[in-house]
Design a protein around this ligand. Structure first.
Ligand code: AMP
Length: 209
């Protein structure tokens, strides 16, 4: 079963995806993390990401399919951050159809704009390990010096605003389209991590039956 996780940045997609992978053995594809690895060798990708804009659809879809083909990953994938546009969605839908699989479920984690800004502004990265922490919800262990943590360029207020605008403009249309093809479930992202997880597990189990 393939799942698309939607929701603005900071809505808890990563946390929920990891819990679902632990429980059901899904593979977690996080487009932002994957692109950040590509950006290490492609400064033009890094520049796009730092500005808060989207990587063009054509490049994005070819990066994605190259990775999935290399890993023979066509089913039991949780997609986080992809698709972000209608074009990416249509591409993925056709590509999966060719592999005789589909998107079975789309989970939308909803949080208000001020909550996204609050959560993302508190995000910090350890430059040595690349690990992401949150000064409010996910502090690093005691041996990590708080002063050594950095704020990613795309977590700065101007970039957050731009990403949120993009999210509303592009993803709203995308979700409408997904509703025509798959089960779409909207969940209040302000609920506790455990409550959200329990809600998603119930839905996934009902679809697996
Ligand atoms: P994220 O961590 O999901 O917020 O992604 C970080 C950045 O990676 C975004 O601001 C975009 O520049 C880029 N990115 C991630 N996913 C996509 C996608 N599906 N299409 C285009 N660009 C993307």
């Amino acid at each position: 079963m393939n799942i698309i996780l939607c929701g603005p940045q900071g809505s808890g997609k990563g946390t929920q995806a990891r819990l679902l992978c632990d429980k059901f053995g899904f593979f977690y594809f996080e487009s932002g993390a994957y692109l950040r690895r590509i950006a290490n060798e492609h400064p033009e990708v890094k520049a796009i990401m730092d500005s808060g804009k989207l990587v063009p659809d054509k490049e994005m879809t070819s990066y994605l399919t190259a990775f999935l083909d290399r890993e023979y990953l066509y089913d039991d994938v949780i997609f986080d951050g992809f698709p972000r546009t209608l074009e990416q969605y249509n591409f993925l839908k056709n590509w999966l159809t060719d592999k005789n699989v589909k998107i079975d479920l789309c989970i939308v984690l909803e949080i208000p704009k001020d909550e996204t800004i609050k959560r993302l502004s508190a995000r910090r990265q350890d430059p040595k390990t690349g690990k992401i922490y949150n000064l409010i919800t996910d502090l690093p262990p005691a041996d990590v010096d708080l002063n050594s943590l950095i704020q990613r360029d795309d977590d700065k207020p101007e970039s957050i605003e731009k990403r949120l605008q993009l999210y509303s403009a592009k993803t709203a249309v995308l979700i409408e389209e997904l509703e025509k093809d798959s089960k779409v479930v909207r969940i209040d992202g302000l609920k506790s991590i455990n409550d959200i997880h329990a809600e998603i597990v119930t839905i996934v189990e009902s679809l697996l039956k």
